[in-house]
Ligand binder design. Structure first.
Ligand code: SF4
Length: 67
């Protein structure tokens, strides 16, 4: 089980493929400063509908970013 902070979109491997890499790294480093960022989610259940989510959103498909 993870705490609430770790399951936010901004720390999910599916978040932000449409963002510049530097911006994505910054969001992962300091999620609290990224609450206005909205970007795509490429999770299998969401990619076909082009879901866009806030960095502070969440869902059960959250997947940790590979180290
Ligand atoms: S909606 Fe779910 S799968 Fe998509 S980025 Fe957010 S937590 Fe990850």
């Amino acid at each position: 089980m993870t705490d609430g902070k770790n399951v936010q979109c901004g720390s999910c491997a599916h978040f932000g493929n449409d963002l510049p890499n530097e911006q994505l790294i910054q969001i992962r480093v300091s999620l609290d400063d990224s609450n206005e960022v909205v970007a795509g989610c490429d999770a299998p259940n969401n990619v076909s509908v082009h879901l866009r989510v806030s960095a502070l959103g969440s869902c059960d498909a959250w997947t940790p970013v590979a180290a």
